[in-house]
Design a protein around this ligand. Structure first.
Ligand SMILES: [Fe+2]
Ligand SMILES: [Fe+2]
Length: 730
């Protein structure tokens, strides 16, 4: 629209029927002189006739009177002339005053109102037109600059640049090529044809990628020379890439003007080229873009190049950040076979569920929409949702048996049982040497004892395996064995050990050797005290509500064998759960840009429960964003169906969906989102992408959908660390 105004102004200047100032002033004074002469002549004639009519004796008196009258009339005419000149000056200065005000408003960057001056004086009117053009041009330039800066998407920016430049230069159409990363060729990005339609591809490969060294186009010339190339040619004489472009733009007419404008960075590096095509039939040189608009095109190209470079830099930084985030996620996945591809599959599932929520146009998510920035936040959050796992010790994550620390201590205990057997054998054989029972009897007793020890060790070894639930009588038997069986230690246990272990041992006075020890024991040095730095105060800055175990570790052998379910002690489970605490601390310490500020909230809520019994903040569902609740569902489903965990078989779909339904009933997962997950077949789409064929059985979706939460969310229970998730670590 603004460009149309520009064109009209130029047209106005051409057709206006105005006269120069010198002609106006000459005409004015000539008219004034004629009027004065006529007035004086008429008055003199009238007085002369009156004088002739007088008697002779009065003629002398009459002459004097005529002289006086002429003096008075002349004075009056002079006064009238002064007034006329003053009026002329006033009329001339009025439009000049308006133009001065206009210039002042331009100086003050106020482009709001244009002044229409129409004096009939050519210089003044033309000055007025030029000032309006200047005002329009500056305003347009500023608007283009700010609109280019405001574009956040590289593709939209390129289209915007092209549209503005085509419009301002009154071109038929144009194309944009960007320089490839290594600077060897220009690659087609976008085009705009004579009908104002955008196209995203060229028909010929040679016009899609234009190597700079071939120099077969005006665009490669502009990129190489880094200056505007302007050629006026016959349409049928255009060759190669330029012909392909002109054809694609639908250029008609016999003559065209091709203008290739390089997009130069502030350092003078070519980023790309905009090519504009003008129809030049019947137009004089000054009427084409190579006239007065070329400077404006060049200035717009400068602004466009800055905006383009900023976009490319931002895109490069975003790509780098995305790569770093994915690097962290894949490092976590590689760190332990217990997490497998979790960190890479959860983002896919979270995105699928969010897309289903956006698509739903009824029910609880009828109005749920996500902006581009929110999509970006979800993607980042889902990739980073378990980043705290980098701090989780592998020996805890991978703890496969109850006695495992950095190695499985069952081997140490087995050796002690062997020692027990040998010590018994030695004692028995010594008795034989002293003349006791017969050798056969001794050997029988030794074999009998060994069989008992073998059986007892088998019970201990079995208790070392983590399972769904160890019967209490098994552990009672382990305790009896531990109490009953001893071995003799004759070596100092305080040499060859670490400083930390020595510190723990020093708390107890050393026992004189030889010392009798139990085959399985809980010793004071097995307990590792939690230092101040490992505490999490109740009034912590992150709002974590954690029950921190008083010990950092309890390596007691009996203590570990007493684990009822799985292989982890309370202390180790705290470490496992700590991954989400560390995730939140890490993410909240990052200086996310404004539009990504909610990444920590989205990422850090996947272990919360809708009933407020999750961790680490014990949030209620209503206190969590939809995206955080989506993350929780994605995290659970991935963990249930993962097929790459060495410690468990992948659950079939039917079982996973059944468990998800139970999680809806017990207030673990968001019921609305879970229903959406089931109804929208996200579970099925995900299964086809990521599950093994043998997992793909027939889940009972209808039953899972019919489940309602057992009660309304009840809020956090005091003193509860958070309900145990059936997932080991997800
Ligand atoms: Fe997690
Ligand atoms: Fe997870």
């Amino acid at each position: 629209m603004e460009t149309t105004a520009l064109r009209n102004n130029f047209a106005l200047r051409k057709v206006a029927n105005r006269y120069p100032l010198r002609r106006h002033i000459t005409a004015f004074f000539a008219t004034l002189l004629v009027i004065a002469m006529l007035a004086l002549g008429a008055f003199a004639a009238w007085q002369i006739f009156a004088l002739l009519a007088l008697p002779d004796d009065q003629k002398e008196l009459g002459v004097n009177r005529i002289i006086w009258m002429l003096v008075i009339v002349s004075a009056l005419l002079l006064l009238m002339s002064i007034f006329a000149v003053w009026e002329l000056a006033r009329r001339l200065s009025k439009p000049l005053r308006s133009l001065a005000d206009e210039a002042q408003s331009i100086r003050d960057f106020d482009f709001s109102n244009g002044v229409a001056v129409n004096t009939g004086i050519e210089e003044v009117d033309e000055l007025s037109i030029i000032m309006n053009e200047m005002k329009t041009t500056i305003r347009r330039f500023l608007e283009i600059g700010s609109s280019l800066t405001a574009e956040r998407d590289l593709h939209s920016l390129l289209n915007r640049i092209l549209r503005e430049m085509v419009d301002v230069s009154r071109a038929v159409g144009g194309v944009i090529y960007l320089l490839e990363e290594d600077g060897s060729a220009l690659r087609f990005e976008t085009g705009r044809n004579a009908e104002g339609q955008t196209f995203e591809a060229m028909d010929e490969d040679y016009a899609t990628r234009v190597p700079l060294e071939i120099r077969n186009s005006i665009i490669s010339d502009a990129a190489m020379r880094r200056k505007i190339e302007d050629r006026r040619v016959r349409t049928d004489e255009i060759k190669s890439v330029d012909r392909a472009i002109a054809t694609k733009l639908n250029v008609k007419g016999q003559h065209v003007e091709l203008i290739a404008v390089p997009l130069l960075s502030p350092r003078g590096e070519a980023l790309g080229v905009v090519m504009l095509v003008h129809e030049a039939d019947g137009k004089a040189e000054s009427e084409t873009a190579s006239g007065h608009l070329l400077s404006l095109i060049k200035a717009i190209a400068g602004s466009a190049a800055i905006a383009l470079e900023n976009q490319q830099l931002m895109l490069a930084q975003k790509n780098l950040m995305d790569s770093l985030i994915k690097l962290v996620a894949s490092a976590i996945d590689r760190k332990s076979p217990h997490t497998g591809g979790h960190c890479t599959r959860v983002p896919a599932l979270a995105k699928m569920l969010a897309e289903a929520a956006v698509k739903q146009n009824y029910g609880p998510f009828a109005n749920f929409r996500l902006s581009d920035q929110e999509w970006e936040a979800l993607e980042l959050a889902s990739w980073l949702h378990d980043c705290g796992k980098v701090t989780t010790p592998e020996y805890v994550v991978d703890k496969a048996t109850k006695l495992e620390t950095l190695y499985n201590r069952i081997h140490e205990i087995r050796t002690r049982f062997e020692v027990v057997k040998r010590e018994n054998e030695i004692t028995m054989l010594r008795g034989f040497l002293k003349g006791g029972s017969s050798l056969r009897e001794v050997e029988r007793q030794i074999a009998e004892f060994n069989a008992v020890i073998d059986q007892e060790y088998a019970i201990v070894a079995e208790a070392n395996i983590g399972g769904e639930g160890m019967p209490p009588e098994i552990f009672e038997r382990v305790k009896e064995i531990a109490q009953a069986r001893t071995w003799t230690r004759t070596l100092d246990d305080r040499i060859g050990i670490s400083h930390e272990e020595m510190t723990r041992l020093k708390a107890q006075p050393p026992k004189p050797l030889p010392v009798l020890e139990h085959v399985i024991d809980d010793k004071p040095e097995h307990v590792v005290i939690r230092e101040e730095r490992d505490q999490m105060p109740a009034d912590n800055a992150w709002g974590f509500k954690l029950r921190v175990p008083s010990h950092k570790f309890n390596l007691g052998e009996l203590h570990n064998l007493s684990i009822q379910r799985g292989t982890l002690t309370d202390e180790e489970r705290y470490i496992i759960n700590d991954h989400i605490v560390q995730t939140i601390i890490m993410l909240e310490s990052l200086p996310f840009p404004r539009h990504l500020r909610n990444v920590p909230e989205i990422a850090g809520g996947h272990h919360e429960r809708m009933d407020g019994n999750g961790y680490p903040r014990r949030l209620m569902g209503k206190d969590m964003s939809v995206l955080a609740r989506i993350m929780a569902i994605a995290d659970v489903f991935e963990a249930l169906t993962a097929g790459d965990r060495p410690y468990k078989k992948a659950k079939p779909l039917s079982e996973a969906i059944k468990i998800m339904g139970a999680f809806k009933r017990n207030g673990h997962l968001d019921p609305d989102l879970l229903d959406l997950f089931l109804e929208s077949n996200v579970w099925m789409d995900y299964s086809y992408r990521f599950l093994n064929p043998e997992q793909m059985d027939e889940p009972d979706i209808r039953t899972a959908l019919s489940i309602r939460p057992a009660s309304e969310p009840i809020g956090p229970r005091a003193g509860n660390m958070g309900a145990e998730t059936p997932r080991r670590i997800a």
